[in-house]
Write a protein that binds this ligand. Sequence first.
Ligand code: NA7
Length: 538
Amino acid sequence: MANTPPDFDAVVVGAGFSGMYMLKTLRDKLGLKARVFEAGSNVGGTWYWNRYPGARCDSDSYIYCFTFDRQLLQEWEWSERYPEQPEILRYLEHVAARHDLKRDIQFGTKVTGASFDDTTQLWTVKTDKGDAVTARYVVAAVGTLSATNVPKFEGLESFRGKSYHTSQWPHEGVDFTGKRVGVIGTGATAVQAIPEIAQQAKQLTVFQRTANYCVPARNGKVDPEKVKARKADYDAIVQRIRSSFFGQEHYFIPKSALEATPEEREHEFDRMWDAGGFAFWLGNYQDMFFSAESNRLCADYIERKIRKSVKDPQVAEKLIPKGYAYGTKRQPLDTNYYETFNRDNVRLVDAEADGPIERITPTGVRAGGTDYAFDILVLATGFDAMTGPLKALNIAGRGGAKLEDAWKDGPRTYLGVAVAGFPNLFTITGPQSPSVLTNMPVSIEQHVDWISDCIAHLEANGKRTIEATTEAQDKWVAHVNEIVNMTLMPGANSWYMSANIPGKPKAFLPYLDPEGAGGYRKRCDEVAAKGYEGFALR
Ligand code: NA7
């Protein structure tokens, strides 16, 4: 029994950025037999599902891509600073074709369970298409923002118009022309979608629960000379983003905002604001995430910008965030978001000022005692972030222990890549790794490289399993929480803190290394160099 050969060396769940590169590495570098299961009908992950109007990447395109294929870095031409969803999907399809990935991907197949057999030391992975395959390794490449959050609004099913969640957008698109549209949510997704929908709809009503601090994306064509210079410098760029704090070319100003003179500060704020993108968020004064006083200076600056952009002072007041520190919720990047509220066909319903959503009715939404009628309802209500997609896999580890039970009080991992009691299971950009705090492809490639090196090590040393020890995991969990508790992050009702899903145990989901993602990379490499310290290899 113990010697029954498995169907596959490895099963990978998901064919987005992470699953694609994992497959490439397992198959073409390690020579292993791998099978990818993917629920969608094509590669792309996030970029396959999120097809709402205005969907685009918030990281600069020249670093939002694979770096393992240096030739492709030279060949591929992005059309804009932040490519739109269709273009990223085209890119990923191109990568799949170029590396012949699809022959090992089973599309339209959802994994419904994965269980570890203590006797055979193999995983059995089951799917909704009736597969039950065995494998030595399981790699969850399920993404971090892929478990859709549809809030349990009373009466949602009674709505007689059309309703769509942004992450399950129809492939044929939605025509808003002449329609009365309601959008629920004002997160990064809604901030991209609202200006686009407003241009088409007869009338647009936005339901805001929490106002966000938005900064301008400043999208556009990139100067061809800059593109050329970057291509000539790619090796150094790759080095820089890998060792950087956030997997981006943004660096903190190495002083406190409080040390700067008001003039100097204003000059720096203007510089970051004019640069657009994540510069203001990730390249600000170094104490911005730690000192409430410094943070307030950033927040005040954005408040002034909002008041300048929005003509109606009452609407501006509603759009000004209150009650949490700047940057502690995911930074939305906007293109005419605030200006959209100056349009005659757009209105804002704020939970605090106008009353919260009470229920969905057959004709629309009731909020604060008022009925709003719609033809189309758009739910831009986000995701059960990071732990949601992993729990959905119904994973049972050693002794049949369920991942869901192991994580009932929040995620418990070692390095965000492994879980005690779940041998040979790896989570790419899993909870308690830097992941969503970084430019995702950089963190994805780091995890994939680390996992494939780990598997190569096991193979070379005749080891059948690797498993995080409970001691190492306990230490890691304590460390993750200790660091975040030094910052202002726990003060916000953010999805980072698991606060967006009712009943979800409060826990910080990613990991903020004191030396950033570059520091985390070093930690992981050191663990490997010490013979996988904190893991038991058998
Ligand atoms: P987010 O950032 O979670 O935003 C979801 C929005 O929906 C946010 O404004 C929520 O308000 C709102 N929301 C969620 N549930 C409700 C209920 N029950 N009632 C009213 N409003 C609600 O998701 P996105 O899709 O925008 O962005 C996710 C990530 O994708 C983004 O961070 C990028 O990394 C890409 P809240 O702020 O929780 O009060």
